[in-house]
Design a protein around this ligand. Structure first.
Ligand SMILES: Cc1cc2nc3c(=O)[nH]c(=O)nc-3n(C[C@H](O)[C@H](O)[C@H](O)COP(=O)(O)O)c2cc1C
Length: 198
């Protein structure tokens, strides 16, 4: 059965919510298995990300969707440690020809998060993966009020929530979550087409 692995880091939970939406969308496609794998700071020892079992699960998937908050206009340091550890997979070309995608979340409306998606795509190209972007017209162009792709991103999915220092429950925009679900669906469908060779 085609498998989609959603691999993400999340400090406060916004990126986690988006990851879960991507999984939900992918799992809604028939005959597809989807699961999320969370990168955590305690997997990093002496600056090196290590979790052999998780890396094996990721490498066994047919599609990998990468997700990280935007930190200082790029991927979070914890996530970069994971990406660098995957250079060992690169030596074997272990992710070659897998479907790839990415998403990010930031607090500022821009927050320079395009750089994050760009980097995730570059990393996927380094692995000779097949990058699939989302395909949703921004809601404001099509007169819909569901806020799908309200941030107008086509390289990957973007989410944005205002900075909240209260420490209360986190909330991710419903439009961003819907965009993430649709993206999960698109990734799963692309994976099935790719595997069929159609
Ligand atoms: C170290 C650090 C750097 C950050 N840099 C940015 C940034 O460059 N642009 C931005 O809009 N938000 C920035 N933020 C805010 C995070 O993007 C935001 O809190 C994050 O997307 C929340 O995701 P999470 O709940 O999954 O951790 C930064 C936050 C931290 C902790």
């Amino acid at each position: 059965m085609p498998t989609v692995a959603v691999v993400y880091f999340s400090g406060q939970g916004h990126t986690k919510a988006m990851a879960e939406a991507v999984v939900e969308g992918a799992a809604a496609v028939s005959a597809t298995a989807a699961h999320s794998l969370r990168i955590t700071g305690d997997q990093i020892v002496d600056g090196r990300w290590q979790d052999e079992e998780m890396m094996a699960q990721i490498t066994a998937a047919d599609a990998i969707v990468f997700g990280t908050p935007t930190y200082m206009g790029g991927v979070a340091g914890q996530y970069k440690c994971f990406i660098d550890a995957a250079s060992e997979v690169w030596f074997q070309f272990g992710w070659k020809n897998k479907i790839a995608g990415g998403f990010t979340h930031s607090s500022s409306p821009s927050g320079d998060k395009q750089s994050t998606l760009l980097y995730l795509a570059v990393n996927a190209y380094q692995h000779s993966m097949i990058w699939v972007g989302p395909a949703e017209m921004p809601s404001q162009y099509v007169g819909k009020d569901d806020a799908v792709n309200r941030l107008g991103a086509f390289m990957g999915v973007m989410g944005q929530s205002d900075l909240d220092m209260s420490g209360g429950d986190i909330e991710v925009h419903a439009g961003d979550l819907k965009t993430a679900r649709l993206y999960g669906q698109r990734i799963a469908e692309a994976t099935q087409r790719w595997l069929k060779g159609a």
